[in-house]
Design a binder for this molecule. Structure first.
Ligand SMILES: Nc1nc2c(c(=O)[nH]1)N[C@H]1C(S)=C(S)[C@@H](COP(=O)(O)O)O[C@H]1N2
Ligand SMILES: [Mo]
Length: 169
């Protein structure tokens, strides 16, 4: 019992000192697979670095390609991003309810040059108020899709749903 109290106290102290440790990203795959990505899990994955200008401010972000992250819950990647997967979307939801949608193909480096990352660092330091995780879309001209405080990433296959019938014809 005493050990449990000690462990809980130590954990609480660690979370106060390193708030990022308290947070994680919930992943959901196209066939219902789920996973949780902690800050440590993300930090351990291969990172890419990109310099972007947002509202005139230049920042260098480091993070993990979104296309890599979603493979953990069964999303297609590389050459498998074809056919029905071209109608597969990724919905990113932030702590404040802000949502951004990207096409899965947009995240594939064989389809587009610009990288899309889930960043955990900016200018050499962990993200602060906008983190601990932030979406960064390399060649977007406006940073509206750069969701701050990302909490949830879902892969949804829209090809499973029929398009709505046109209102006329
Ligand atoms: N979670 C969250 N992320 C967000 C927004 C938001 O309202 N909530 N606004 C977006 C918009 S419209 C812009 S322009 C940028 C602004 O980022 P900044 O505050 O770092 O300049 O964040 C984007 N990411
Ligand atoms: Mo914006």
């Amino acid at each position: 019992m005493r050990n449990h109290v000690f462990a809980a106290t130590a954990l609480a102290a660690a979370l106060l000192a390193f708030p990022a440790l308290a947070q994680s990203v919930a992943l959901k795959g196209p066939d219902g697979q789920v996973a949780t990505l902690s800050a440590a899990d993300l930090a351990a994955l291969p990172h890419v670095k990109m310099t972007v200008i947002q509202h005139g401010k230049t920042s260098t972000f480091e993070g993990v390609p979104l296309g890599e992250i979603v493979t953990q819950v069964g999303a297609a990647s590389g050459k498998a991003v074809h056919g029905p997967e071209l109608a597969t979307v990724i919905r990113v939801t932030a702590k404040d309810g802000y949502q951004v949608v990207l096409g899965l193909a947009e995240t594939d480096s064989g389809t587009r040059k610009g990288a899309i990352i889930l960043a955990d660092r900016a200018d050499g330091a962990p993200l602060k108020d906008d983190g601990p995780f932030r979406l960064v879309v390399e060649d977007d001209l406006r940073p509206a899709r750069s969701a701050r405080m990302v909490e949830r990433i879902e892969v949804i296959r829209l090809s499973n749903t029929k398009p709505a019938a046109a209102a006329h014809h």
